[in-house]
Design a protein around this ligand. Structure first.
Ligand SMILES: Nc1nc2c(ncn2[C@@H]2O[C@H](COP(=O)(O)OP(=O)(O)O)[C@@H](O)[C@H]2O)c(=O)[nH]1
Ligand SMILES: [Mg+2]
Length: 295
């Protein structure tokens, strides 16, 4: 048996979460065009005969860490580098290379076996691609490079094959039918959070957290799953925006979230969604811990 941790790192918006979903063939990690969408590391387990690959997504580094939440996010990145058997450095083929190279250097300093994954190949121009290779020649000469698109799934098999070939001999870390270490509630709250990122602008996505108060019927494969969730916001002005005129915004959010959850679970869902003011939740250690953020 061979098994190991394959950690996905890279700059914000490089497409780490999209890449993880593409590899798993199922959408586990939430994605948006806004940086810092991912707050916590999540493990996704790919089980094959005699091989278990434990992939993890990581949050984007927060340069100006203002809140305890941000420090927790940054800590998760370092732990993603430290505890890996293999690292996949996702390079955003569409954005500037300089900053990405800085992070790549740090990653290569870790001496952990790394492959570079150039993502977004579906939109890359050839001049851009050769500029990337020019940089890589200098700092990452002997590092394998893969070209992929997490949008079209092009090139993914070769990356998985590389991970399979390089993962050490070890017994399985998780039971063979597990797909993640996170409980179902985590995915439910993340799916609602994704809709907040997609449907609200400015500081709203960064000022909200979703708490699942109850969830019934998932394990039993019930006809109808009942979920009760609360969106916590920082300020009363944000509460008004989340709820919208006559509740129209939160109603729309509830519909979209329910649809996403139904698709994920393959079950019908009743979602009760409310919003509540919880001032300065990003600074509240007890609250962050209770909602599952590792401080
Ligand atoms: N064109 C294109 N866009 C992508 C690809 N992968 C991710 N994206 C987009 O890049 C943005 C950031 O993706 P996300 O997975 O959240 O990045 P993360 O911050 O690194 O986790 C989103 O708008 C994605 O739709 C890809 O292969 N091709
Ligand atoms: Mg992400």
């Amino acid at each position: 048996m061979r098994a190991g941790f394959v950690n996905i790192v890279g700059m914000p918006n490089a497409g780490k979460s999209s890449f993880l979903n593409a590899i798993m063939g199922t959408k586990y990690a939430i994605v948006s065009h806004k940086p810092q969408t991912t707050r916590q590391r999540m493990l996704c387990i790919l089980n094959k005969e005699n091989i278990q690959l434990v992939f993890s997504d990581s949050p984007g580094f927060v340069d100006r860490a203002l809140y305890k939440l941000h420090h927790a996010m940054n800590k998760e990145i370092y732990s993603a580098i430290e505890d890996a058997d293999l690292l996949l450095f996702v390079l955003d083929g569409l954005s500037k290379i300089e900053q990405q190279v800085e992070l790549l250097k740090k990653v290569l300093d870790s001496k952990i076996k790394t492959a570079i994954v150039i993502n977004k190949m579906d939109e890359i121009k050839s001049s851009q691609l050769s500029a990337i290779y020019d940089e890589l020649k200098i700092i990452a000469e002997n590092i394998p490079v893969f070209e992929v698109s997490s949008k079209t799934n092009a090139g993914l098999d070769a990356v998985i094959q590389w991970a399979e070939n390089n993962v050490p001999e070890h017994e399985a870390y998780f039971p063979a039918d597990d797909v993640s270490e996170k409980p179902i509630r985590y995915f439910l709250s993340e799916m609602i959070r994704e809709q907040i990122y997609l449907n609200y602008s400015d500081e709203i996505p960064y000022s909200t957290i979703v708490v699942i108060n109850s969830c019934k019927g998932v394990d039993e494969q019930a006809e109808l799953v009942k979920i009760d969730a609360t969106i916590m916001v920082n300020k009363s002005s944000q509460l008004a925006i989340i709820v919208g005129k006559n509740g129209s915004a939160i109603k729309n959010l509830g519909i979209k979230s329910r649809e996403a959850i139904e698709q994920f679970l393959g079950q019908r869902v009743f979602l009760g969604l409310t919003a509540k003011l919880k001032e300065n939740w990003r600074e509240d250690e007890n609250f962050l811990k209770k909602t599952g953020i590792n401080l």
